[in-house]
Design a protein around this ligand. Structure first.
Ligand code: NDP
Ligand code: 2IT
Length: 450
């Protein structure tokens, strides 16, 4: 089948799932040259199989809020592909969660996990539950009800969830407690656990740190570095916070951070002290980003999801790191970045850049890294947490960080080598898709028609 025939098939089988189709389209575009070289992958219908989840679980979550009212949400787990290891991937709690969103995330996760070099298959899950404005008690009640069903489908050798948007240390704690009670078993069934009860040092920092390590590797290919560079970061959650921290460690200057209400523009740069304020604001007080602008007397700009473009990406800078959500950089934003001579865009979020924006960036010589390569440090460190749990060990901060640095360098080099081999030197998107695909494809080929 040609690329457009394969895409038509996926569209027909998954109507009304634009995010999933967008993610599949990008991978298909990259891997067609591989399918041309490997007729056996076509005969085995690997694409048709990879775009069909091995299992998709959807369930009702019923819980009582603080007023005693019955609340109903929809829970999911997409077990996408287990060719190279147990299903692995985060849980997202956000009102925009649908089967399409989780299928796109699970699909991306398959290739991302393959790139880490750690044996992990791909999965994703979550719910349309909105933790915003809920009390701790309500979040706990929801997590217990959610795990009441999810526990039937996971264990530490089958499927190991973790955090994503709306699921951080607090939620993982409640989910883990519920699982342990239901199964009467203390095992590494979730990653992102707290230090002292099975969690790994550096897991909290890993996605943001890994992103910046990856970007530093990209800069080094041009005999350059992040030192002294101005950077735009979006988001102010887990990934954004630790991306900002590592950019500061490496001598870069971060000008922006955002949440779903808008962004702050701190011309002086976010310092470690200001970052501590931001972490407390978002993680403990669960406040809005405008408070940062009030505290440090800088500019706040409100942004709405349906605006034609996001003025955050119109601020002149050397590097851009979208770390909030999917499709947050559109073609107009990319054009603004290019106009200001941006050197690099590294994706911290999953699929934050729209396909036309990616094309514009690449065509204009901007170094671009896809999330499945540059945000893989989070799941890679989850893999390290699983290994420590299996071994009954706790590694030091230095050990885990050194492994993370090495894994990000390997992903970088692997993607670059695959891009070169297939005639697209410097194209990290094509390279990451091909390298991830080949690993999973060879495993599926070896394991027969299942
Ligand atoms: P958090 O929930 O910690 O933070 C999310 C941030 O993004 C918040 O600032 C949030 O603002 C903002 N945001 C969320 N949805 C939207 C939206 N629709 N429009 C504008 N802003 C939005 O999540 P993470 O930091 O963990 O995740 C961020 C991204 O990174 C996601 O794409 C996730 O899939 C990806 N990722 C996460 C990994 C991890 O280990 N956590 C690993 C790899 C990728 P507000 O507070 O207003 O909701
Ligand atoms: O998108 C991702 O890679 C994550 N949310 C982390 C998944 C994990 O299992 O650590």
């Amino acid at each position: 089948m040609t690329q457009s025939e394969l895409l038509s098939l996926v569209k027909k089988r998954n109507p009304n799932e634009p995010e999933f189709i967008q993610a599949v389209d990008e991978v298909l575009l990259s891997i067609m040259p591989v399918l041309e070289r490997h007729a056996e992958f076509r005969d085995l219908k690997l694409i048709e199989r990879m775009t069909e989840p091995e299992r998709l679980i959807s369930f009702r979550v019923t819980w009582l809020d603080d007023k005693g009212h019955v609340q109903i949400n929809r829970g999911y787990r997409v077990q996408m592909n287990s060719a190279i290891g147990p299903y692995k991937g985060g849980l997202r709690f956000h009102p925009t969660v649908t089967a399409s969103v989780l299928k796109f995330l699970a699909f991306e996760q398959v290739f991302k996990n393959a790139l880490t070099g750690i044996p992990m298959g791909g999965g994703k899950g979550g719910s349309d539950f909105d933790p915003k404005g809920k009390s701790n008690n309500e979040v706990m009640k929801f997590c217990q009800a959610f795990m009441g069903e999810l526990a039937r489908h996971i264990d530490n050798r089958t499927d190991v969830p973790a955090g994503d948007i709306g699921v951080g240390g607090r939620e993982i704690g409640y989910l883990f407690g519920a699982y342990k009670k239901i199964k009467n078993e203390f095992s590494g069934v979730l990653t992102g656990k707290g230090i002292g009860w099975g969690g790994s040092l550096i897991r909290t920092e890993a996605t943001g740190y890994g992103l910046v390590y990856f970007a530093e590797n990209m800069m080094q290919t041009k005999n350059d570095s992040l030192k002294g560079k101005t950077c735009l970061v979006s988001g102010s959650g887990n990934v954004a916070q630790y991306a900002i921290e590592k950019i500061i460690h490496l001598g870069g200057k971060v000008l922006t951070a955002s949440d779903s209400s808008g962004f702050i523009y701190d011309k002086e740069g976010i310092t470690l002290e200001k970052l501590a304020y931001l972490k407390d604001l978002k993680d403990n007080r669960r406040g809005r980003i405008k408070e940062y602008a009030d505290q440090y007397k800088c500019q706040f700009t409100a942004v709405h999801a349906d605006d034609a473009f996001n003025p955050l990406w119109s601020i002149p800078a050397d590097c851009a790191f979208p770390c909030a959500t999917q499709n947050e950089v559109n073609a107009k934003d990319a054009a603004n970045l290019i106009k200001n001579k941006i050197k690099l865009l590294g994706e911290g979020a999953n699929m934050p850049t729209s396909p036309d924006a990616i094309n514009l960036l690449i065509d204009n010589g901007v170094m671009y890294s896809p999330g499945k390569a540059s945000n893989a440090g989070g799941v890679a460190t989850s893999g390290l947490e699983m290994t420590q749990n299996y071994m009954g060990q706790n590694w030091t901060r230095e050990e885990v960080d050194a492994k993370l640095v090495e894994i990000m360098k390997n992903i970088h080099d692997t993607a670059l080598a695959a891009a070169k081999e297939y005639g697209k030197p410097g194209n990290y998107m094509v390279g990451a898709n091909i390298a991830g695909f080949l690993k999973v494809a060879k495993a599926m080929q070896a394991q027969g028609v299942i």
